[in-house]
Design a protein around this ligand. Structure first.
Ligand code: HEM
Length: 467
């Protein structure tokens, strides 16, 4: 409370050197948190931020989750934040997230430990390594469409749950080679409850969702522990390759001194992190791109034509697997996904804890506060003319002004899974658009954020099989 009162007393909108940015910290502890959640529910964080910008200017403070937070504007504020990791600021996640993700998670690591773990991640997630997984994801997409979509041709069908289950099953397959539905289900139930705990107050008392989520974390760790032992056996018997999936990469990656780069506890924490980071983000973007395509027949046709051309190059035979090089031909499809990420980014901002006082423009940003980048710039007309319009052609040519388009963040903490997400989304979109056409069952269905954007009712469509 004392901290809050100290921060509130510097609540001035004066812009003389050494003053903290203007803004209001609201009611103690609660601050702006409730208003922000309300804005998310009505899919309008832009108005929430916009009102504050209009009142205080582009650099302002607010209070979220009990902390004063300074919003740094694009492009200069983003450039500073992305370039200051571990110099002026460090990555900062809410306490509940940290406990559920665990101390070995990439998000919790800093300094040399962060660099070591990032190398392990990138040896699986860099484009050169991802190439080999494209045919596998292509076959999984075909099977998913056959098993979960075909039966609904001519009927109403909810897209969001289907896409979510697809993304989960691709993650299970490519991160740890869990291929059967039975194996995936064993992980899916505890994972779903674990995810629900992330946005709860971190109160570990029996009966709370947070407590349940912590318990499920133990269940998931047990399961991952068994997978690790099994994979070690397979290595000994020469039945597993070092690059077959993320689990193999984590087990076999060595530091320069020849010692294993990851402990078992770190492997478990990071497989869980990957499942979480890959799941709702890609499901949200892929689903909402299908909504935008249903609303914009011109772009739907462009995407169809582009993918038809690729299919014809592959001799048009049904059941073919896409290869990495085929993805290069999906320029329009990628622009559609980029535009979806502009209008409905799954992550609205990234928080850093300020570890050293610094100045930004006329303001002092004090040590101990939080600073964050946001996607506010995605809907500013100075960077994106006619910002509310769905227009993938914005991404032709040089694309947006640097540091204004940030769906994956930036700097050393930029999303390491961006190429993986692009690959998985493009592959499913390719097979989907060639097999099905879809119309919105309810053209007025809105979008809500919980906290990631999703259609309010699962995106019900009338599904048609293409002949
Ligand atoms: C549309 C899909 C995705 C979007 C929009 C997205 C966006 C983001 C954003 C904004 C961050 C935080 C960056 C920051 O704090 O500055 C992040 C972090 C992260 N993402 Fe993604 N992500 C997506 C998919 C994925 C996938 C598929 C994976 C894994 C394969 C992944 C793995 C991670 C990890 C491990 C981090 C933490 C990085 C760190 O702390 O250094 N993401 N992502």
């Amino acid at each position: 409370l004392l901290q809050f009162l100290r921060n509130s007393s510097s609540n001035s909108s004066s812009s003389s050197k050494g003053r903290v940015p203007p803004g209001s910290l609201g009611v103690p502890v609660i601050g702006d948190s409730l208003n922000f959640v309300k804005a998310l529910k009505r899919n309008d964080p832009w108005r929430f931020y916009g009102e504050k910008r209009a009142k205080y200017g582009p650099v302002f403070k607010m209070s979220l989750l009990g902390s004063p937070v300074v919003i740094l504007p694009a492009p200069a504020g983003h450039k500073l934040l992305f370039g200051s990791e571990e110099k002026l600021m460090v990555n900062s996640w809410p306490v509940g997230f940290k406990r559920l993700l665990g101390p070995g998670s990439l998000t919790s690591l800093t300094g040399e430990d962060f660099k070591r773990m990032k190398k392990v991640f990138m040896s699986f997630l860099k484009p050169e390594a991802l190439q080999r997984y494209v045919p596998r994801v292509s076959q999984l997409s075909l099977k998913h469409l056959e098993d979960h979509w075909e039966a609904y041709a001519g009927e109403e069908f909810a897209i969001y749950p289907a896409v979510k289950s697809f993304i989960f099953s691709v993650a299970c397959s490519s991160f740890m080679s869990l291929e059967t539905e039975e194996e995936q289900l064993e992980l899916e139930e505890p994972f779903a409850i674990w995810t629900k705990g992330l946005l709860q107050l971190p109160v570990n008392i029996p009966g709370t969702l947070f407590h349940k989520a912590l318990k499920r974390r133990e269940v998931i760790h047990d399961l991952l522990g068994r997978l690790i032992s099994k994979r070690r056996q397979e290595f000994l018997q020469g039945r597993a390759s070092e690059s077959s999936d993320m689990l193999s990469v984590m087990l076999s990656y060595r530091n320069e001194d020849g010692k294993p780069a990851c402990t078992d506890a770190e492997i478990k924490d990071n497989l869980l992190l990957l499942l979480f980071a890959a799941h709702d983000t890609s499901s949200s973007t892929l689903t909402l791109s299908l909504k935008f395509l249903a609303e914009n027949p011109y772009w739907r046709n462009q995407v169809l034509q582009e993918n038809l051309a690729i299919s014809q190059e592959k001799s048009g035979q049904d059941g073919y697997s896409l290869e990495w090089d085929d993805l290069r031909g999906m320029k329009v499809s990628w622009r559609v996904l980029q535009e979806t990420l502009r209008l409905q980014p799954p992550a609205l901002s990234g928080y850093r804890e300020v570890i050293q006082d610094f100045e930004f423009g006329d303001y002092l940003i004090p040590k101990g506060w939080k600073a964050c980048w946001t996607v506010v710039s995605h809907r500013l007309p100075e960077f994106f003319p006619d910002p509310e319009k769905f227009d993938p052609s914005r991404f032709e040519g040089d694309g947006p002004t640097p540091y204004t388009y940030v769906p994956f963040g930036g700097g050393p903490r930029m999303c390491p899974g961006n190429e993986y997400a692009k690959m998985v989304m493009l592959v499913l979109l390719h097979h989907l658009v060639l097999r099905f056409d879809w119309q919105l069952a309810d053209p007025d269905e809105g979008v809500t954020m919980d906290p990631m954007p999703m259609p309010q009712n699962g995106l019900n469509v009338k599904l048609h099989k293409r002949t």
